[in-house]
Design a protein around this ligand. Sequence first.
Ligand code: G3H
Ligand code: 13P
Ligand code: ZN
Length: 328
Amino acid sequence: ARITLRQLLDHAAEHGYGVPAFNINNMEQGIAIMDAAQAVDAPVIMQASRGARSYAGDIMLARMIDALTEMYPSIPICMHQDHGNNEATCLSAIQHGFTSVMMDGSLKADAKTPADYDYNVTITRRVVDAAHWVGASVEGELGVLGSLEHGSGEQEDGHGAEGALSHDQLLTDPDQAVDFVARTKVDALAIAMGTSHGAYKFTRKPDGDILAMHVIEEIHRRLPSVHLVMHGSSSVPQALQDLFNASGGEMPQTWGVPVEEIVRGIRHGVRKVNIDTDCRLAMTAQFRKVGQANRSEFDPRKFLKPAMDAMRDLCRERFEQFGTAGHA
Ligand code: G3H
Ligand code: 13P
Ligand code: ZN
């Protein structure tokens, strides 16, 4: 059955668990997520970026979600717009059956340039009003995603290493978070605490200096009933990097967010944990492995099935690690 983000995260908060939000672009990823959820009895958040919507098409995505809902009747599914950039993106997602949207007003509509606070409050509140009229949930974002370790990560500030924003500009300010939630009435709040999107987050295993866990703890102390969201939460497992590289890939050594740090976040109010890169890497490492081991293979299913299985195993592991298992 389809549920909203608010319904799911309220339950997660009551029972002290976190929910991974996996990105979906195609059928194989949808089946991988749902098979994993079914195996461990976990509720699901599936999210589609603007890129996913244009890749698969809104109608295909909508019908896919219908199919998955019908195929896995015992699993609650929240279908969420990842990084909505304006009102039109968010409202058209709801029209296509999404039960939740992210209005990312931390950036201007170009999804690159950091936006000022008033713009963020105004546009987020507009989306919250419209979404709540029709029973959908809204995630807002405050702060700018980007690694605090300069020179690594795909920074949301759009400047890369050179014009990178300072430490304080990147992190979410707890005072501002209190004001933002009161003024926008968001159902969940994405905060910036040193993570960035993509595989290249850190050039060493991150510790307390690069990952600002104290920001999560402080915001949770000030806003104990607000559901927090961690973006850029892929762990970029060494085993997947090794398999990718052993199969002809060329991925420079990199570090993601350790699962134990995410689990620590979950103890301090983090309820939604965004993961895309790990799923991509799990799948494409298998493409390389099959391609390298059998150079005459041309049946796409021979590539896609092991890729699906690898993504399923990764999703299952996260459901277990975040305590989502058993809560469907
Ligand atoms: O926020 C980033 C997600 O990983 C989605 O990425 O825009 O390439 O689909 P995408
Ligand atoms: P990763 O690139 O770390 O998987 O983050 C995904 C994300 O935050 C999607 O919104
Ligand atoms: Zn994100």
